[in-house]
Design a binder for this molecule. Structure first.
Ligand SMILES: Cc1cc2nc3c(=O)[nH]c(=O)nc-3n(C[C@H](O)[C@H](O)[C@H](O)COP(=O)(O)O)c2cc1C
Length: 217
């Protein structure tokens, strides 16, 4: 089993979202010890915005270049296609995903590669697989008394669904700005929710092998 781990916090491995996504990976590895993890770190400016040929290709009937963003997009899409499970570690930035995660999405949500556009609108091209999203936020955005709007959750559900990923599970550590005691309580609650989830779904099945064969370079 292959796990693709996408992390985007500017705080790297010190970040809360990285910590939470690592906890998810540990639980996945517990039930699938032979699984391999591919770490795709996109925080810290490692991913450039999409370029002009890429933008043109999204409105044309074919790709206009094999260089620049298109080449980067090919690589990121192949990485995603090969993965049996996708784990995303992300902070909330201004009620939504950080710009770096949006950039990754701009590279992997690509017409003719991960979705098509036709008379019925957009149709997905990726095979579904489990997606775990580990979110960290300074304040609360869920529960009965959220303190702010949440565009992150509905946005990720919509855009991942557009390319065919519907089995999406969200876990969060909310209120990191509320002091260490509050964070400790939230971490504990989230750890409990994770344990419950993974005891209900102890193992994640690998993708259809034919899909993987197709994608071997
Ligand atoms: C640019 C920026 C925007 C932020 N916007 C929000 C926000 O809208 N809501 C929120 O609760 N926290 C917000 N935060 C706080 C982070 O979500 C919080 O510090 C989080 O724990 C960081 O996670 P990390 O350690 O994984 O980077 C923002 C932080 C930054 C740097």
């Amino acid at each position: 089993m292959k796990i693709l781990h996408v992390t985007c916090s500017p705080r790297g491995e010190a970040s809360e979202s990285y910590r939470l996504s690592q906890n998810i990976i540990s639980l996945l590895l517990k039930s699938n010890p032979a699984a391999t993890v591919i770490n795709r770190v996109i925080g810290g400016g490692s991913l450039s915005p999409i370029d002009e040929p890429y933008a043109i290709s999204q409105q044309a009937s074919a790709d206009v270049s094999v260089l620049g963003s298109i080449a980067r997009s090919d690589l990121l899409i192949e990485e995603l296609q090969r993965a049996d499970v996708l784990v995303i570690g992300t902070p909330m930035h201004n009620f939504s995903v950080p710009a770096t995660l949006k950039l990754w999405i701009d590279h992997i949500a690509r017409v003719r590669r991960t979705f098509n556009v036709g008379a019925q609108g957009k149709t997905s091209l990726l095979q579904d697989r489990p997606v775990y999203v580990a979110v960290s936020s300074g304040g609360r955005f869920s529960g009965v008394t959220p303190r702010q709007p949440d565009f992150l959750t509905p946005y990720l559900k919509a855009v991942l669904g557009m390319i065919g990923l519907h089995d999406v599970h969200f876990f969060s550590v909310e209120g990191t700005a509320m002091g260490p005691d509050a964070v400790a309580v939230t971490r504990q609650k989230t750890a409990q929710a994770l344990r419950e989830h993974f005891s209900a779904y102890p193992s994640v099945e690998a993708n259809d092998p034919s899909n993987q064969k197709l994608l071997t370079p």
